[in-house]
Design a protein around this ligand. Structure first.
Ligand code: AVJ
Ligand code: FE
Length: 434
């Protein structure tokens, strides 16, 4: 088994978490994963609820296989327990479209696989040289956190009755925060991730860019604002759409965001609810976001405009990890105990505004940007080539931010998410720039 060589890694300079923090993190992530699927029947864990998504039992065993590959084999140098399963659960070798057909472990076998891998991973952690391999443990942690969000997307797509989360009663109010635009003067901006905590290779290297002046919406586009587009006939007005967007809209006969009903309500998991005017519009494709922006005489921000608006301040000389500073998020709105299972109104968390006064950038809804997913200048793949490099330059659009379903470890200003422009299952909305 070839082990990782980290001496020459472009990740040099990442401060590893200490052993007890990694142990607690792994335990917390697992508790959360298991509690997420606990109320779901075995039949529904094996089912393909939407052709875009894996069966949930596949996600479970994939989380185990990823941990086995990276921690037990690559860090620990151990032999695999199930060599035959590694390719079934390799996301690249077995893409989502075929996951319903390949032979995969059932829910109880998947839980057992998770537990057996974890036992060995913890013994690897006992012996590991964390200065050299600590970041691999953090990558495995983030991977499990990210799959929790993917699984929530699957559960949101599933028929009502498959999953019935409890909800918090009061999501807050927008506090009078206006839907104006914030001007950001031209100037240099230090973007992307440097040393510090674990980040993916696609977030590096840190580099300076000169951005021309731009304006960006203070808050994301709301349901009420998007409804104006719908009611003005936006879905029938060819002029508002890009060529590809119009072709998609016409072929799929799209008339409103995913989960909106014809009578102006919205489905969230098991419930059909009134459309809350101040919630961010969600579950629109990149094409719909782009059409809306054109209709308003605006455009989508580039990902680096988004990052500057989120991360920097007029007087700051260093980027911030989060819009509110360097402290990690304390909120986790998909928290299974506090149960605010959805977004909050735009502007309702003023303490989270960025130095430029832009609100709601992390932790409510992902935001589509105008940028295509590519490597930054100087990109070096490490250590997991199939995570992002294989998606560069093939039409994927970048989403920034994080949603209510994103675990805090993943919610940071430099994080880059991506999907195809027609996709709507992500918990994402957008804001405009000009
Ligand atoms: C970053 C969300 C696009 O789900 O395809 C999980 C995350 N990669 N396992 C994806 C990921 C491998 C990835 N996204
Ligand atoms: Fe994965």
């Amino acid at each position: 088994m070839q082990q990782l060589h980290t001496e020459t890694s472009p990740l040099g300079g990442v401060e590893p978490l200490a052993r007890p923090e990694l142990e607690d993190g792994l335990a917390e992530a697992r508790d959360r994963t298991l509690r997420l699927v606990d109320p779901v029947s075995d039949q529904d864990l094996n089912r393909v609820h939407d052709p875009l998504m894996s069966p949930l039992a596949w996600d479970l065993a994939h989380i185990a296989a990823f941990e086995e590959l990276w921690l037990c084999m690559r860090v620990g140098g151990r032999e695999p327990m199930h060599p035959d399963l590694l390719s079934v659960y390799d996301a690249f070798e077995t893409p989502r479209a075929v996951r319903g057909e390949v032979e995969h472990l059932g829910p109880s076998e998947a839980r057992e696989y998770l537990a057996r891998v974890r036992e060995r991973a913890l013994s690897v952690l006992e012996e590991a040289d964390l200065a050299a391999t600590g970041y691999v443990f953090e990558m495995v942690l983030q991977h499990e956190h990210q799959h929790n969000e993917t699984m929530l997307q699957t559960l949101a797509l599933a028929d009502p009755g498959v999953y019935s989360p409890r909800r918090a009663s009061s999501p807050g109010t927008r506090n009078g925060t206006p839907s104006d635009m914030v001007r950001i003067d031209e100037g240099p901006f230090l973007c992307a991730a440097g040393a510090g905590r674990f980040t993916y290779d696609n977030e590096r290297p840190r580099h300076e860019v000169e951005l021309p002046a731009f304006e960006i919406d203070r808050v994301p586009v709301t349901n009420a604002e998007f409804m104006e587009f719908v009611e003005s006939g936006g879905y029938r007005r060819r002029l508002s759409w890009s060529e590809d967007g119009w072709a998609w809209r016409s072929a799929e006969d799209i008339e409103r965001p995913l989960y909106w009903t014809a009578d102006g309500r919205v489905r969230r998991f098991d419930r059909i609810e009134p459309l809350e005017p101040d919630l961010p519009v969600m579950h629109v494709s990149w094409y719909e976001a782009d059409a809306y922006a054109r209709w308003r005489g605006k455009r989508l921000p580039t990902e680096l405009e988004w990052e500057k608006a989120a991360a920097w301040g007029p007087d700051a000389d260093a980027p911030r990890l989060h819009p509110w500073g360097d402290e990690p998020a304390t909120s986790d709105r998909a928290n299974l105990d506090q149960l605010a299972f959805g977004p909050v109104p735009v502007g309702s968390l003023p303490a989270g505004a960025s130095a430029y006064g832009v609100h709601g950038l992390l932790g409510n809804a992902w935001e589509w940007t105008g940028s295509e997913f590519r490597g930054y200048e100087g990109f070096e793949t490490h250590p997991y080539r199939e995570y992002s490099e294989v998606f560069f330059g093939s039409g994927y659009r970048v989403l920034r931010g994080a949603s209510w379903a994103t675990r805090p470890s993943v919610a940071r200003n430099t994080f880059r998410n991506w999907d195809l422009p027609q996709r709507r299952q992500i918990f994402s909305g957008f804001r405009c720039a000009a």
